[in-house]
Design a binder for this molecule. Structure first.
Ligand code: CTP
Ligand code: MG
Length: 403
């Protein structure tokens, strides 16, 4: 049975982003390594009730928009509709309205450019529209004192700088608010208002009000600011920094232990050690390589070797350390990380690493594509390594997210 949501969210993402000044349309410009639209959709799909999600993309980006939206939707992909936008924001919203499913009775319109708008703001608007059956817009108090100037506003092209305009007066701030999206409306009234609209409005609440519809506010959120200029984009990057550390250097730590198993050959650091007792494990037990994998995965926030490769995977039975390390390096590369360096220390009575240290370092550095330094120590006869029962390895890694 097809899904029948009563709420739809139209995410308008068809603007070119003149003021941002990027080569790609604004919604597809990168923010912390992902398109601005992706961040907006993350939060739309975080709503408490499922909604039809109509992405209005530039015609040139219809396919990439569809791919992005379905991948972010995951299990909710059947709720996604993608349409091509128009020449103005209003035309883009109209294109979205034309794609509403029959089951929908409440419509939210949201700017993709307000990429960090929290999911709760969507839920709040839905709730208020349902209660009031009128239009709803999030709003914030205006904190700056507002002046009336002009009509001679200089630099009207970008309107980013107001230079040398005559100040005509001060507007009473106590009755002003700054409005955001999503704005929500009862479906039928919004469709009527769009059909009646005779001019271009800057937001849907204005268009709705022009047709006589009541509009009330709900509390907006600072995070719902609109990414308009490069400065706004940097602000958004900083807001995400604790999670994404967009240009950040990150470190990781990995520890692995395997018991000796004299019946198997020893592979350590990806190389063979003839005459030495081997290590037990589902794979070849190469604790040194495994510790490096965990350090790298941890640094990149990609989990750990167990969750990534699964000890039950029959394909990995007896797999060499090189197999895990090569796959780990590929995972980091795909996630946009470059590797700075790796340092690893082996704690064991044997084998003696010193004589072959440079060989192991060269081998591992070749796979990792960055310097890998290897050190070794004993544990002064203490513990399982001291008793010669097995090997422990501890690794650290430094990675950097590509810009
Ligand atoms: N929008 C749209 N279709 C248009 C114009 C704008 O879908 N023809 C969308 C934008 O993608 C954005 C939202 O409306 O998510 C708010 O518009 P704005 O911030 O002005 O974005 P742009 O028009 O892309 O930017 P600019 O005005 O700087 O060119
Ligand atoms: Mg615009």
């Amino acid at each position: 049975m097809p899904v029948q949501p009563t709420v739809a969210v139209i995410v308008v993402a068809a603007g070119s982003g003149t003021r941002l000044g990027r080569p790609e349309p604004k919604a597809f410009a990168p923010l912390a390594g992902r398109p601005i639209l992706a961040h907006a959709l993350d939060r739309v799909f975080g709503m408490s009730e499922p909604a039809q999600v109509i992405v209005v993309a530039p015609a040139s980006h219809h396919a990439v928009g569809a791919e992005l939206a379905t991948s972010i939707a995951g299990a909710a992909a059947e709720y996604v509709t993608v349409v091509a936008g128009g020449a103005s924001r209003q035309a883009s919203v109209a294109a979205g309205l034309a794609a509403l499913w029959p089951s929908v009775d409440t419509v939210l319109v949201h700017d993709a450019a307000r990429a960090l708008t929290p999911s709760e703001q969507f839920d709040l608007v839905v709730r208020r529209v349902t209660e009031s059956r009128g239009g709803v817009t999030p709003a914030l108090p205006v904190t700056d004192t507002i002046k009336r100037v002009g009509p001679d506003i200089a630099d009207s092209a970008g309107a980013l700088h107001v230079t040398d305009a005559a100040v005509r007066g001060t507007v009473d701030r106590s009755e002003l608010v700054a409005v955001q999206t999503p704005q929500g409306f009862p479906r039928a009234a919004l469709l009527d208002a769009y059909a009646a609209a005779a001019e271009e409005y800057t937001d849907d609440a204005a268009l709705f009000a022009a047709a006589g519809g009541p509009v009330r506010t709900v509390a907006g959120a600072a995070d719902a600011f609109k990414i308009t200029t490069p400065w706004d984009l940097r602000r958004a990057e900083q807001e995400l920094a604790p999670d994404a550390a967009p240009h950040g250097v990150r470190t990781g730590l990995g520890i692995d232990v395997h018991a000796f198993d004299a019946a198997t050959p020893l592979w350590l650091g990806g190389v063979h050690w003839p005459g030495e007792p081997g290590l037990a494990g589902h794979s070849d037990g190469d604790a040194l390589s495994h510790a490096i994998c965990d350090a790298l995965l941890g640094a990149a926030g990609l989990g750990d070797i167990g969750s990534r490769f699964g000890t039950a995977d029959p394909q990995l039975e007896n797999a060499r350390g090189d197999v895990f390390l090569t796959a780990t390096v590929a995972l980091l590369r795909d996630a946009g990380f470059s590797i700075g360096n790796v340092a690893v220390q082996v704690i064991a009575n044997h084998p003696k690493l010193g004589p072959r240290r440079h060989e192991v370092e060269a081998h591992l550095s070749g796979i990792v594509g960055a310097p890998v330094s290897v050190a070794a120590t004993t544990s002064d006869h203490l513990g399982f390594t001291g008793r010669g029962e097995g090997i422990a390895a501890i690794a650290t890694a430094l990675v950097q997210q590509a810009t």
